[in-house]
Design a protein around this ligand. Structure first.
Ligand SMILES: Cc1cc2nc3c(=O)[nH]c(=O)nc-3n(C[C@H](O)[C@H](O)[C@H](O)COP(=O)(O)OP(=O)(O)OC[C@H]3O[C@@H](n4cnc5c(N)ncnc54)[C@H](O)[C@@H]3O)c2cc1C
Length: 385
């Protein structure tokens, strides 16, 4: 079976590796619009669950070396509320694991995936921008910007959220919603660092997350992702450095002493998007081509990697009927997608403080989870799986 994967981002690369690993397709090519030497210009720190790391390792990515060299392990997550009771600590040790996950800068993750694809001898066509997909019986034809075309038994759209699925194939529809929020992002250090702990905090302004990141020379750093309503985010971005530092310390409290900011601030508009249907004929959408989530819950790529895994599973049991397998894939992915959207939404908006009316039940919920060990273990298992 010949498969074309459109998009050489992390999900496209992982999908190609998973297809190869499961022997679902013997002839796989990745079409990537960018040039081979294009610099990746993002400082994004990607936190992946233990399950995502294990999946990447199984399909051939050198994850241990990547995390050791460029990553930061996340051994516990602490959930708190600003100016209200309620505290929850989720620790990997409670379920017999060393870590719940690890965070790695996007460019390093991408280059480890690129290396794995080369090692597995999967073809990558650079400067190959797909412009159109047409079904031809049980197969599909992909036309490139230069006018040339390729025909395959299966086409995987992994072209991320900058493209719209319907521009490649009108059978697909993107449904988008602007959350009205902007994520303010910065690198921070602390005077009393608690290494390997991630923080999620309900603050008066919105969800406040600190995700560990690797820093050289024995220093510890976190990526701050603070989701705020647009006007508040614009205000935060316009503040002078000292005032911004004072705002984040006020919001976070003294858990790690005093926080300082060690980078420029950046920002990212927060929009939700999902594509329906997930599959049409022998064409399916995965990763950000299928859905884009609010990044405060750090779930987008985790979800995309589960797409890659499930697609390879469905195709490896295809029995020659790709369209039917892709329908099964679409059905199987529905629950995970809705649940992850719900979880990210709860973090994004549930963290948006609503006065004591919400503080009290939220505080009780956090405390109950902290005290009820079986419930907490269940939550921990769900986080790493
Ligand atoms: C600030 C921020 C923080 C985040 N943090 C986390 C986190 O901690 N954990 C997590 O799990 N997720 C996180 N995410 C989400 C994560 O970054 C995305 O889910 C992930 O990058 C999506 O990967 P992808 O391969 O689907 O898409 P992309 O990374 O967008 O890759 C798409 C690729 O397709 C190529 N392409 C596009 N159009 C075409 C075409 N027509 N033809 C050929 N090629 C094409 C592009 O050049 C690109 O290489 C975060 C997102 C943001 C914005």
């Amino acid at each position: 079976m010949k498969t074309l994967v459109i998009g050489g981002g992390p999900v496209g690369l992982a999908t190609a590796l998973a297809l190869k690993h499961s022997h679902a397709s013997e002839d796989i090519a990745i079409l990537e619009a960018a040039s081979r030497d294009k610099q990746i210009n993002t400082d994004r720190n990607i936190a992946l669950s233990l399950a995502s790391w294990r999946f990447l390792s199984r399909v051939g990515v050198e994850t241990d070396a990547l995390i050791a060299k460029h990553g930061a392990e996340i051994r516990a997550v602490e959930v708190t509320q600003q100016n209200a009771f309620g505290w929850l600590q989720l620790d990997a040790k409670e379920i017999g694991e060393r870590m719940l996950g690890a965070a790695v800068p996007y460019p390093h993750l991408k280059s480890a995936l690129d290396d794995a694809v080369v090692a597995k001898k999967i073809d990558v066509m650079w400067d190959a921008q797909a412009t159109r997909i047409d079904l031809e019986g049980a197969r599909a034809r992909v036309t490139l910007a230069g006018g040339e075309a390729q025909v395959a038994d299966c086409v995987v759209m992994a072209d991320g959220s900058k493209a719209t699925a319907e521009s490649l194939m009108p059978a697909f529809r993107s449904i988008e919603r602007d959350s009205g929020q902007i994520a303010v992002i910065a690198k921070v250090q602390a005077t009393k660092p608690a290494p390997n702990i991630a923080y999620e905090r309900f603050t008066e302004g919105g969800a406040f997350a600190l995700i560990p990141r690797a820093a050289g020379s024995g220093a510890y750093e976190w990526t701050l992702v603070w989701a705020r309503r647009r006007a508040e985010a614009e205000h935060l971005l316009a503040l002078d450095d000292a005032s911004f530092v004072s705002e984040i310390n006020h919001a976070f409290g003294g858990t790690m002493g005093t926080l300082s900011v060690v980078s420029e601030r950046s920002h990212y508009p927060l929009a939700w998007r999902f594509v329906e249907p997930r599959a049409h004929g022998c064409v399916a959408a995965v990763g950000n081509a299928a859905q884009a989530l609010h990044p405060v819950a750090a779930q987008g790529l985790n979800l995309g990697l589960r797409d890659a895994h499930d697609l390879a599973q469905a195709l490896s049991t295809a029995n020659g009927n790709t369209a039917l397998s892709l329908q099964t894939f679409a059905r199987n992915r529905a629950v995970d997608r809705v649940t992850t959207f719900g979880f990210s939404g709860a973090l994004a908006y549930g963290f948006d403080r609503g006065g004591w009316l919400l503080d009290v039940p939220r505080g009780l919920g956090l405390t109950a989870l902290q005290l009820l060990s079986p419930l907490k273990k269940e939550l921990l298992k769900r986080m790493v799986l």
